[in-house]
Design a protein around this ligand. Structure first.
Ligand code: NAG
Ligand code: NAG
Ligand code: NAG
Ligand code: NAG
Ligand code: NAG
Ligand code: NAG
Ligand code: NAG
Ligand code: NAG
Length: 476
């Protein structure tokens, strides 16, 4: 497992801390008191112990996060959680093999469990009963799907009446059986990310009635045929589909998912976005297409996406800005790093018909050589709708800065010169007073490395006069 996944797993559940306690409920662990009087208990094997030793018998405080990591136990000792109220329990990198009927005996409540254990394969019948009325989220990494106990394992999971979020990251799982999900009909968030799936069983979601989010990222899917077949029963409830980091080349028509809000197709091998596949996605607000091979997007492809707020296209091969004319709610357009292909920005490239939002445009990591003299203008307005613009050093060092006048607006516009060369090699001579004063005089803020320039600057008028070119005026 990548260390990023591990770190997310172990650290995101920590609350706002108010104090670190000298003594802890458990020997050798660290207790941290949170703002809501709950505690985080962090036990990372201090001295080759088998299991953390409880030193306060009567713990009445709520434990927000209980982390048990790198101990030597294969089973959790009887009575470990007796009387405890735990929100999040994270067990990782120990030698846990099974959960028994004694594991959760006496526990008061438990909302979430994440288990990262390579030998974990058994849940004894009835073991989850003490938490079946509370457990809302279960995440299991590295389970042994080849084990002959695995069917019983899923039978036990299906007894969790309040379970809404289930993540099963298998590493090695090539076929997730539909029998395993038969009694999981109330799950809303389901992840089979980071497995070895090449296709999906067409009956997998048959019993699901409330599925809002499906995560199939980081698998070996090459096409969407089986995925779409399987998702047919939940097409009206799904709000989020994650398919990043697969091997998809051709897409299919997504319009049957009429309530879809988030679609993640980043990091695949997609080279085109067929004209109509996103039509009808009236709720879509975020579309991730980063790190694909897309070289053009036809105007029609983005039609009707009235709610689209973020269009993320970094690391593709676009040579022109896709038409965003109809994306009245767009707030983020990421076109950074088009692998050298994006060298021209035409007149009115970011114009929209009836826009209701201001835009952040990221053009960093490109070398744009030509800007139409009206590049950042809107056709119907002489007030810029651009709230922030990221340009790389290679672009800003050759562009006519007078273009930046087009960013002047009532909004607090910011021009961000995101200089990518390492800070110590930064060509400070470029971030000079001339630039700073110029930008200031046209009432655009400069942020990023050049914005940090602290020296006192004079003579700002000169640069402004030089830029008094009608050529770059937007006007209506
Ligand atoms: C545990 O602590 C609570 C509050 O601190 C107290 O009311 C209760 O009597 C204690 N129970 C035992 C068994 O010591
Ligand atoms: C744990 O509890 C089970 C069932 O009550 C019992 O069979 C077992 O011996 C106990 N283990 C220990 C170490 O006390
Ligand atoms: C789903 O929830 C409903 C209502 O809470 C319940 O009646 C039903 O048994 C649950 N279904 C499953 C498969 O757990
Ligand atoms: C889709 O992928 C599956 C699994 O890799 C493969 O068997 C099938 O032939 C593919 N279908 C198409 C149309 O490419
Ligand atoms: C913009 O507004 C006009 C006039 O109300 C309308 O005809 C047109 O369809 C709108 N365009 C978009 C993309 O919303
Ligand atoms: C861009 O605008 C300028 C000024 O209005 C005009 O001269 C030029 O022809 C336009 N370029 C294109 C490609 O439309
Ligand atoms: C900027 O241009 C230089 C010289 O052409 C090139 O080495 C560098 O990779 C470019 N950087 C970016 C971020 O495009
Ligand atoms: C913008 O356009 C309005 C008319 O729509 C005009 O009154 C105003 O002077 C223009 N502003 C600039 C800075 O050109």
């Amino acid at each position: 497992m990548s260390s990023i996944v591990k770190n997310i797993l172990f650290f995101t559940l920590v609350n706002f801390v108010i104090s670190i306690e000298d003594t802890c409920f458990y020997d050798g662990c660290r207790c941290v008191k949170n703002i809501d009087d709950s505690y985080d208990v962090m036990c990372v094997n201090p001295s080759d112990q088998i299991f953390p030793k409880r030193i306060k018998t009567n713990i009445t405080e709520i434990i927000n996060t209980f982390l048990i990591k790198q101990f030597k136990f294969t089973e959790i000792p009887n009575g470990t959680f007796d009387g405890l109220k735990i929100r999040n329990l994270i067990i990782g990198e120990n030698n846990l093999e099974k959960i028994t009927t004694s594991t959760f005996r006496g526990i008061k409540f438990l909302s979430l469990i994440k288990i990262v254990e390579k030998n974990f394969e058994t849940i004894e019948p009835g073991s989850l009963d003490p938490i079946s009325e509370h457990l809302n989220e279960l995440g299991i990494w590295q389970i042994n799907y080849k084990s002959d106990r695995i069917d019983a394992f899923f039978d036990e999971i299906s007894r969790l009446k309040k379970l809404r979020t289930l993540s099963l990251m298998g590493y090695g799982l090539e076929n997730f059986k539909s029998e395993w999900t038969r009694a999981l009909g109330n799950i809303s968030f389901f992840s089979l990310g980071s497995n070895d799936l090449k296709s999906i069983d067409s009956n997998l979601f048959k019993s699901f009635t409330k599925l809002q989010s499906i995560d199939l990222s980081n698998n070996f899917l090459t096409n969407l045929t089986s995925v779409f077949e399987a998702l047919e029963p939940v097409k009206n409830t799904l709000r989020e589909i994650k398919l990043s980091s697969n091997f998809l080349t051709n897409l299919k028509d997504f319009s049957m998912f009429s309530n879809l809000q988030i679609l993640d197709l980043s990091n695949n091998k997609i080279d085109k976005l067929p004209k109509t596949i996103l039509n009808g996605l009236k709720q879509l607000n975020t579309l991730y297409l980063s790190s694909n091979l897309i070289s053009s997007i036809s105007d029609e492809a983005l039609h009707g996406l009235n709610e689209l707020s973020a269009l993320i296209l970094d690391n593709n091969h676009l040579n022109t800005v896709p038409s965003i004319r109809q994306l009245n709610n767009l707030r983020v357009l990421d076109l950074s790093n088009q692998n050298g292909k994006l060298v021209e920005i035409k007149n009115y490239s970011f114009d929209r018909e009836n826009s209701t939002s201001s835009l952040y445009i990221n053009l960093d990591l490109n070398e744009i050589k030509n800007f139409g003299p009206k590049a950042f203008c809107s056709k119907n307005s002489n007030i810029s709708e651009i709230r922030k613009l990221d340009l790389g050093y290679n672009t800003t060092s050759v562009m006519d800065k007078c273009l930046l006048k087009q960013l002047k607006s009532k909004l607090t516009s910011k021009v961000e010169f995101n200089v990518v060369i390492k800070a110590q090699n930064l060509d400070k001579s470029y971030c000079d007073c001339k630039l700073k004063n110029f930008v200031k005089s046209i009432q655009v803020d400069l942020v990023g490395p050049c914005g940090d320039l602290t020296s006192v600057c004079k003579d700002e008028q000169k640069e402004v006069d030089k830029c008094d070119k009608k050529e770059f005026e937007c006007g209506v």
